[in-house]
Design a protein around this ligand. Structure first.
Ligand code: 8Y4
Length: 355
């Protein structure tokens, strides 16, 4: 095998709860992010670095384990899939966590001036926490293609009062921003997580800022910027490309001094991805556990759901959102970012009861 060939395993045949623990104890399955999940077979994938040629074979878990004994890269990949994830921002990841979306953009809580808007946003954040969101993701910059640029000062004016009020209430707040100055001010105001859709690549100061602040960070996959990303939705293999590009983002973050234990990854559903890409990533999400890090899935109300169901209005996409979030949780996603917190919390409770 050429030395520049990369190897991956896409877990299939997932088991949950008691079935996972029993199959692991009997050597019938391989562990996925601890012992609450296991997989009974998997696609062993090889990609040649020179030709880009990809080959895949579905193998039972037992054969994957045997093969790993004389294939070090396979042993490494299986070990990364298996290792339990440590707590992230103080949240243990042994059960699914809900991140509630709180937009503080001009169009979100319209009318009535900045103060009234902040007040409404804080109330919505508190309601989401009450309903089961363990992280509130506060964002003041729209990443919609064609959205107007927001100045540093305007973004700060919108998000900081909201972050401060929610943090004072004892909530875990993440700050959704690509700007180092906003990250710094938000953490000072009590935010405990940085959520950057550019994976710390938009602002040249971002990596050093997060390293200095020492806070957990969510690195999301995208290509280009919101205005250019759809022209870059061209993949050799979307699943493997997203894996590799996330791996590079993680490496760059760690080289800048960010602790690996402080990194969560996210495939960036809808960002530089067409409908088929979003479906492939959702279907084979478990491959991304091969990065050895906690995994966030965020598809709430996104356009591919509307495209498949022919539902134009974003706020009428709850059922489709629940379907893909459930799929992601069954693949072992550790956190989901959603608009509809009470409904998602109800679904998560039922899933847990079944497991
Ligand atoms: C309706 C409303 C339909 C909003 C789509 C949307 C992600 C993210 C966004 C994500 C992480 C969005 C800030 C896009 N998406 N952060 N942020 N992962 N980590 N669109 O996928 O929600 S904004």
């Amino acid at each position: 095998m050429a030395s520049d060939t990369k190897l991956y395993v896409i877990p299939e045949g997932l088991l949950h709860g008691e079935a996972a623990r029993t199959a692991l104890a009997r050597g019938l399955a391989l562990a996925l992010t601890g012992n609450r999940l296991a997989f009974t077979c998997g696609w062993l994938v090889h990609r040649c670095g020179e030709t880009g040629e990809i080959s895949r074979r579905l193998l039972p878990a037992v054969e994957l384990r045997e093969k790993a004994e004389d294939t070090p890269p396979l042993a490494t990949f299986l070990a990364r899939l298996a290792t339990p994830r440590p707590a992230f921002a103080g949240l243990s990841l042994d059960r699914p966590r809900i991140m509630g979306i709180l937009n503080v953009t001009p169009d979100s809580f319209s009318d009535g001036g900045l103060h009234a808007e902040a007040q409404k946003a804080v109330e919505h954040g508190l309601r989401m926490a009450e309903a089961g969101a363990e992280v509130i993701d506060v964002g003041g910059e729209s990443t919609r293609p064609g959205a107007a640029e927001v100045s540093n000062q305007e973004e700060l004016d919108r998000v900081i009062p909201v972050v401060e009020a929610l943090a004072k209430e004892g909530l875990t707040v993440s700050i959704d921003t690509r700007k180092a100055a906003v990250m710094r001010a938000a953490v000072k105001a009590g935010a405990r997580i940085v959520n950057d859709v550019s994976a710390l690549s938009f602002d040249p100061e971002a990596r050093a800022t997060v390293a200095e602040l020492g806070v957990p960070v969510i690195l999301m996959h995208m290509r280009g910027e919101p205005d250019t990303m759809m022209g870059l939705a061209d993949y050799e293999d979307v699943l493997l490309d997203v894996h590799d590009e996330l791996e590079e983002a993680v490496t760059r973050a760690c080289e800048a001094g960010i602790a690996r234990e402080n990194v969560m990854v996210d495939p960036g559903i809808g960002f530089a991805k067409r409908t088929a890409h979003n479906l492939t990533l959702t279907r084979h999400l478990a491959l991304l556990h091969g990065l050895g890090l906690p995994l966030l899935y965020a598809a709430s109300r996104k356009r591919f759901i509307g495209e498949i169901t022919d539902v134009e209005r974003a706020d009428a996409r709850l059922a489709g959102s629940l379907a893909v979030v459930q799929a992601a949780l069954r693949s072992g996603a550790h956190m989901v970012r959603v608009h509809d917190v009470p409904e998602t919390a109800q679904m998560v409770r039922l899933l847990q009861a079944l497991w």
